[in-house]
Design a protein around this ligand. Sequence first.
Ligand code: 2DT
Ligand code: MG
Length: 214
Amino acid sequence: MAKPNRSAFIVIEGLDRSGKSTQAQILHERLTNAKTPVELIKFPDRTTAIGKMIDSYLRSESELDDRAIHLLFTANRWELASHITTLLASGTTVIADRYAFSGIAFSARKGLPYEWCRGPDVGLPAPDLTLFLNIEPAVARARGGYGEERYEREEVQRGVRELFEKIGREMQTEGSSWVQVDAGKGKDEVAEDIWGAVEPLIGSCDSPIGRLWD
Ligand code: 2DT
Ligand code: MG
């Protein structure tokens, strides 16, 4: 077997309160304990100049045209794209908490054309595995903690979920690895399901890093 020449790029997607950030953290710890170099990246990355504009928009401190904010979210991924590919090439597993799929789902929910939303993300580093943490919006809301930010409303989350499901079907049709995880289960069970999908990828990526939808 060819020697693996890079590590895996794993994306975790899902609705607000689906447990994404918790599970990303658990996975990060698990890989660290297994002595696998790993870096956790969160999108939006609110620390960059672009990220600060996004943060201000999400907290309703500024207004932006729907297309303008969409492009900022995408630009926020592009500004980290070379960092991601460098990490993967140097043997560090990358976990991303949200990625381009959130970008499409949240913007298309507002009525922007689906293909227009996808365009600017074409060519980004492609995940080797996308874990979609699926949860009923009503169950997510019952967990409490929908905050004050834009989009943190059940009706918005319903629309976003439908779009995530459309994206997932398309990813599966084109042969990309999109795995739906039942995020309504307990934290430990979800973590086990995620580990079951991730473990086979560790140390076994021997193909070049792909480009999303290219
Ligand atoms: P967090 O709650 O995870 O911080 O996300 N969003 C995110 C978009 O609308 N487009 C994107 O490209 C991304 C990555 C989802 C903050 C909100 O930002 C939304 C929720
Ligand atoms: Mg949030």
